[in-house]
Design a protein around this ligand. Structure first.
Ligand code: GDD
Length: 409
C-alpha cells in the first residue's frame, strides 16, 4: 500500500492570502470551482494501491470536516484530517502523526504541499523513485533565474538525478532548478526526522546542564519538535545518495497570494480540458451566454443569455450574472450578484458582494504585483456606474465613488 499526506498549514500561515483567508481556510478557496486542496487530492486517485489520504494542519477540526467527509465519499478512498495542536513545521507535522500514517505499513508515503498548483505527476514519480532506490524523490522544475530565490534551489546529478546540493531560499543564486513541494518517501523518512529531533534535544539538554538558569528550557524543548523538511532534512541529506529528483516539464506555480490564485484557477481550468472536460461550459449552447475559452459555472448559478464570459472565469454557487455583463479572467464567489452591463476583468469578487449596473471592476492583470488584480472581500457593495481599478476592498464596504490603486480598509 501507498499513502498520501497533504500539508495544509493553518490560519497563521495564510496571511498573504488576505482578505480572502478571512472567510475561509486557504485550502478550501476555490480554484477552477474546486477547493484548492481538491486538486492534489484528486491527483492522488491516480496512485496505484493508494490506501489513505491524510491532511495535516492546524486549522480547527470543524473548518475542514465537512469537506473531508464529502471528498472521502466521493473518491471512495478514506481521507482523514489530522489536527496538530500547534505548528510543528513541515517535517515535524508529518513526524507527529507517524503512528497513524504507518498504521497499515505503507511501502511509500507521498507528501504534497497544499499551496502548489501543478499536474502532480505522482505515478511517474513513484516509478522513477523505485528505479533510483533512495529514501526520497523530490519533484523539481526549471524556473527563471530571477524567481528561483523564492524557493528551495537545488543541484542534481544530470545522469543519476541524485540531489547533490540543496539551499532553501538562498540570497545568492545557486540554481534555476527548484523544489516543487511534492515528494515521495520510504518510511525511512521518519528515522531521518527523528535523528534531527534527537540531536536538537541532546543539544538543548547540554545547554541546560551547563547553565544555571532553566528559564528558556520550555521554549527549547518546544523547538525540539519543530522540524522543517527543507532546511533540516533535505539540505543535510543532499549528496548522500539518499535523495533524488524528478523534473516536471508541465506547469507549476506556488499559491501564496490572491493574484496567484487567479492565475492558478486558469491553469487548472485549462487542465480540465484534458482531465475533466465535463466541468467546463461548452460555448455551443444556443440559449446560453456566449462563452470564450475555459469557463466553469456552478450548476446553481444563474447567467443571463446575453452575458459574455471567458476566458479563465469561474463562477461559484448561487451567483447571478445579469444581462449584458462581461466577465474576463475572474473568480466570482458564492451568492455574488453582478447587475446589468457591468464589466469584471482580472478580479476576485468575494462572497455575497453586489456589483451595480454599468460598473467596472478591473485591474492590470499582473498576477505577481500586490494590486495587479482587484479583490473585493465578502459582502462588498459597488454602486451603479462606479469604477474600481487595481484595488483591494476589505469585507462589508460600500463603494459609491470610483477608486484606483487603493486599499479600502
Ligand atoms: N501541518 C503543517 N504544520 N503544515 C505546515 C507547517 C506546519 O507546522 N508549516 C508549513 N506547513 C505547510 C504549508 O501549508 C505548505 O503547504 C507547506 O507546508 C510548506 O510551507 P512552508 O514550510 O511555509 O514553506 P514554503 O511554502 O515557503 O516553501 C516550501 O515549498 C516550496 C514549494 O512550494 C519549501 O519547501 C520550498 O523549498 C519550496 O520551493
Amino acid at each position: 500500500k501507498v499513502v498520501a499526506v497533504i500539508m495544509v498549514g493553518g490560519p497563521t500561515k495564510g496571511t498573504r492570502f488576505r482578505p480572502l483567508s478571512l472567510n475561509i481556510p486557504k485550502p478550501l478557496f476555490p480554484l477552477a470551482g474546486q477547493p484548492m486542496v481538491h486538486h492534489p487530492i484528486s491527483a492522488c486517485k491516480k496512485i496505484p494501491n493508494l490506501g489513505q489520504i491524510f491532511l495535516i494542519g492546524f486549522y480547527e477540526e470543524r473548518e475542514l470536516s465537512l469537506y473531508v467527509s464529502a471528498i472521502s465519499n466521493e473518491l471512495k478512498v478514506p481521507v482523514r484530517y489530522l489536527k496538530e495542536d500547534r505548528p510543528h513545521g513541515s517535517a515535524g507535522g508529518l513526524y507527529n502523526f507517524r503512528d497513524l500514517i504507518m498504521e497499515d505499513s505503507p511501502s511509500h508515503i507521498f507528501l504534497l504541499n497544499c499551496d502548489v498548483c501543478c499536474s502532480f505527476p505522482l505515478p511517474e514519480m513513484l516509478e522513477a523513485h523505485r528505479k533510483y532506490g533512495g529514501m526520497g524523490t523530490i519533484l523539481v522544475i526549471k524556473v527563471s533565474a530571477e524567481s528561483a530565490s523564492q524557493f528551495g534551489e537545488l543541484v542534481a546529478d544530470p545522469v543519476t538525478n541524485e540531489l547533490l546540493h540543496y539551499t532553501e531560499k538562498p540570497e545568492t543564486f545557486v540554481s534555476d532548478r527548484i523544489n516543487c513541494g511534492v515528494y515521495i518517501f520510504t518510511p525511512d523518512i521518519f528515522n531521518a526526522i527523528e535523528d534531527v529531533s534527537s540531536q536538537r534535544k541532546d543539544g538543548a539538554d547540554l545547554r541546560r546542564l551547563s547553565s544555571f538558569e532553566a528559564l528558556h528550557s520550555a521554549t527549547r524543548s518546544a523547538s525540539t519538535h519543530f522540524v522543517r523538511l527543507d532546511q533540516d532534512i533535505l539540505s543535510p541529506l543532499a549528496g548522500k545518495k539518499q535523495l533524488y529528483t524528478y523534473e516536471t516539464m508541465d506547469f507549476w506555480e506556488q499559491i501564496k497570494t490572491p493574484g496567484m490564485s487567479l492565475k492558478c484557477s486558469g491553469l487548472y481550468l485549462s487542465q480540465f480540458r484534458v482531465t475533466s472536460p465535463h466541468l467546463l461550459v461548452s460555448g455551443d449552447g444556443t440559449k446560453s451566454a456566449s462563452i470564450s475559452g475555459d469557463v466553469y459555472i456552478h450548476p446553481s448559478a444563474k447567467v443571463h443569455p446575453s452575458a459574455k464570459i471567458g476566458p479563465n472565469v469561474s463562477i461559484s454557487a448561487n451567483a447571478r450574472i445579469g444581462a449584458g455583463v462581461r466577465l474576463i479572467s475572474c473568480i466570482i464567489l458564492d451568492n455574488v450578484e453582478i447587475k446589468e452591463n457591468a464589466v469584471v476583468m482580472h478580479a476576485i469578487i468575494g462572497w455575497k458582494s453586489s456589483i451595480g449596473k454599468w460598473s467596472r471592476i478591473q485591474a492590470s492583470g499582473n498576477y505577481n504585483s500586490k494590486l495587479g488584480i482587484t479583490i473585493l472581500g465578502e459582502d462588498v457593495t459597488v454602486e451603479d456606474e462606479v469604477v474600481v481599478i487595481n484595488s483591494i476592498v476589505l469585507p462589508h464596504k460600500t463603494l459609491n465613488l470610483s477608486v484606483q490603486e487603493e486599499i479600502i480598509l
